[in-house]
Design a protein. Structure first.
Length: 376
């Protein structure tokens, strides 16, 4: 395919992955990014086997492996550290990797021609005219054969071209993420569950520790001192959580209220298409937002390549991606609700259910997600 132009709005995981995938299929691409620099600090990201397969197809899997730790077997514990559920899942489908987000973004960015990325510019208008889409960013108008909305949870592209889309819904909990100094960790990875609270701790390739800490809270809650709040909430949990919290004085802490996007009826509007969080922002409970965004990119480029007809390719993409990503989003939200149980009755019920959960049921629930392979 020659002389096809795509404008991609957003240079997060979804936008950069789409840029790589389309560029590899011969598209001329321009990525428009609002941020003045591509920098995401303070957090790690887990990439499940489906995500790794997508990154391999984008040609960056080996670089990602080089900077990652492989997560071992693991499961869920209670706040005292007692196992509720243990599974070898992480080793059954291929590796699950953990790495620093800025490294992932750097790897993706370096696979996109530097001149294709325009930083510090905000798209604020989109017009559809026949076979073209025109975006306006800071007064500059730019037309293309394809517009990829990869602009995240609060997507401008979605707001302008999907006027009937429902707004994101608050999931009921907020999440702190941080990277702590090196610490002795158990070889089995686990997420620990309390009453409406959760903690995950993972070792990174350079020995530092990535942790997320989750708490039920009204939307928009403010905390005067995040460290004090975390020590107050989690300081008496099992080892090594208190030691980790004692070590974070110099760490940057990110906090985000968690939202999910109600299911869209289509990911395509004329020559505009949504990928990643713009299409299907999901709660992070299954660690699949970045992975499915990478899959979207691979599948979009593959569908567009099938017979060279852009409109047909977009319909194929929509058909292949919507059902899968919306099912994963539903599953993620349901798992989040289960794990965030906070009632005097629901917490023991949840823990008992986790203790009794047959491993094969757990594997079956995750099978379709983890076995994804590109259709072409
Ligand atoms: C707490 C938490 C933990 C998570 N953990 C994991 C995990 O372990 N594994 C995993 O796979 N996923 C995880 N996720 C999900 C993952 O982070 C997201 O799904 C993924 O980053 C989405 O990427 P994206 O490119 O679609 O959107 P974004 O990362 O939101 O990128 C959108 C980009 O668009 C830009 N932009 C927005 N509007 C405009 C505009 N008008 N003009 C120009 N640019 C614009 C933004 O600046 C941004 O750079 C987690 C999410 C959270 C909140």
């Amino acid at each position: 395919m020659v002389d096809r132009n795509a404008v991609i709005v957003g240079a997060g995981i979804g936008g950069l992955a789409a840029a790589i995938a389309l560029h590899r299929r011969g598209w001329n691409i321009t990525v428009l990014e609002r941020a003045p620099a591509l920098r995401e600090v303070g957090a790690g990201i887990s990439l499940w086997p489906n995500a790794i397969r997508a990154l391999d197809l984008l040609g960056v899997g080996d670089q990602v492996r080089e900077f990652s730790t492989v997560e071992g077997a693991g499961g869920f514990r209670d706040a005292h550290g007692r196992w509720l559920f243990r599974s070898p899942l992480r080793t059954g489908y291929g590796d699950t990797l953990m790495l620093r987000r800025p490294i992932l973004l750097d790897i993706l960015r370096s696979a996109v021609p530097a001149e294709a990325i325009v930083l510090d510019t905000t798209v604020n208008e989109v017009e559809r005219t026949g076979d073209q889409v025109t975006v306006t960013h800071d007064g500059v108008r730019r037309s293309a054969d394809l517009l990829v909305g990869a602009d995240g949870l609060r997507s401008t592209v979605r707001a302008l071209l999907w006027p009937h889309a429902k707004p994101p819904v608050y999931a009921g909990y907020t999440t702190w993420r941080l990277i702590a100094p090196p610490l002795e960790l158990d070889s089995e990875v686990s997420e620990s569950w309390g009453q409406g609270e959760r903690v995950g701790i993972f070792r990174l390739a350079d020995g530092a520790v990535y942790s997320y800490l989750v708490a039920n809270a009204p939307p928009g809650s403010e905390y005067a001192d995040d460290r004090a709040e975390l020590r107050h909430r989690f300081g008496r949990w099992h080892d090594p959580i208190p030691a980790m919290l004692d070590s974070i004085n110099g760490s940057e802490i990110l906090r985000h209220d968690i939202y999910r996007l109600p299911a869209l009826r289509s990911y395509v509007a004329g020559r505009a298409v949504l990928v990643g969080d713009a299409a299907h922002a999901m709660t992070p409970d299954l660690g699949q937002g970045g992975g499915t965004a990478s899959e979207d990119a691979v599948e979009l480029a593959a569908a567009l390549n099938e017979d060279g007809n852009v409109d047909h390719g977009l319909q194929v993409y929509d058909r292949r991606r919507r059902r899968r990503t919306q099912a994963i989003a539903r599953q993620s939200a349901a798992f989040g609700t289960f794990a965030q149980a906070s009632g005097r009755l629901t917490v023991p019920l949840r823990n008992t259910a986790a203790r009794l959960l047959p491993e094969r049921l757990f594997l079956r629930a995750n099978h379709a997600t983890l076995t994804w392979r590109s259709t072409s």
